[in-house]
Design a protein around this ligand. Structure first.
Ligand SMILES: [Zn+2]
Ligand SMILES: [Zn+2]
Length: 256
């Protein structure tokens, strides 16, 4: 799957207050978290991700006095990657003297609220790493901000993932695992009227596991339909709010 970039124009970035120091290459990438509270509602609303990134830029420029947001790229739960300073530009977030060694990628999780990174964040971080390798001469290291700098960043959850070698969620397979994937029930799950059944519950449970907010009650009503539409949009499926075979299988298929 190609990287889903959010350009600076798309997220409404302010212009940098000067010109960036150029980097030819780096040893790799350091992973960050926000260090503050991240509202879990961002998982259901990408517009909130945009607002968070804009507020971080303002904090870095107006609070820290930096020329721009400190991060090279920012990864959100919708597997979208915001362009911060971008490839070949010196970041500011790693700490004095450490920025020329590694690009800085922020995962949109914090130390309260949204703490556990949804799969979309992990995929987006890795999409950013791939992009910085291809476009910015990033080397193969993936480290945490706390490596070589005194900080809690990137938090326990992201750091544990970094220490495991930053694996793609779902083991990298694109096919649903027949051992663990419930078969499509053969009926369309849709609303109205409300449909009930174990198949509805299986689908809701899986969607919740993917980070969507949904009540796992075995009843496919307006809430399930709305979440389904969001899921379908995220996976670039026809957003009709009906769980057919494609939507069912997509929910049980790890992102590549
Ligand atoms: Zn950090
Ligand atoms: Zn988002």
């Amino acid at each position: 799957m190609a990287i889903d970039l959010v350009s600076r124009a798309e997220w409404g970035a302010r212009a940098p207050r000067g010109s960036y120091s150029r980097l030819t290459s780096t040893k790799g990438v350091k992973v960050h978290y926000t260090g503050g509270r991240v509202d879990p509602a961002i998982v259901d609303d990408h517009a909130r991700c945009v607002a968070v990134v804009k507020s971080i830029q303002s904090f870095h420029m107006d609070g820290n006095g930096w020329m721009d947001i400190g991060y090279s790229m920012i990864a959100c739960p919708h597997r979208k990657v915001f362009v911060g300073r971008g490839p070949h530009n010196l970041p500011a977030a790693n700490g004095s003297g450490l920025n020329s060694g590694h690009y800085a990628v922020l995962g949109l999780v914090g130390n309260s609220g949204l703490v556990e990174p949804p799969d979309g964040v992990l995929h987006a971080i890795l999409d950013a790493v791939d992009y910085l390798r291809a476009q910015g001469g990033a080397g193969k290291e993936i480290k945490g901000h706390r490596d070589g700098y005194s900080t809690d960043c990137p938090g326990a959850a992201l750091y544990a993932w970094v220490k495991k070698g930053a694996p793609r969620p779902g083991g990298g397979g694109q096919e649903p695992d027949p051992e663990t994937t419930p078969k499509w029930p053969g009926r369309l799950l849709k609303y109205p009227p409300i449909m009930r059944g174990d198949d509805v519950r299986d689908w809701q449970r899986q969607i919740a596991r993917l980070g969507y907010t949904i009540e796992v009650d075995g009843a496919y009503g307006p809430e399930s339909k709305a979440v389904c539409v969001r899921f379908q949009k995220d996976r670039k499926l026809d957003p009709d709010g009906v769980v057919g075979k494609l939507t069912w299988d997509a929910a049980f298929t790890p992102l590549p």
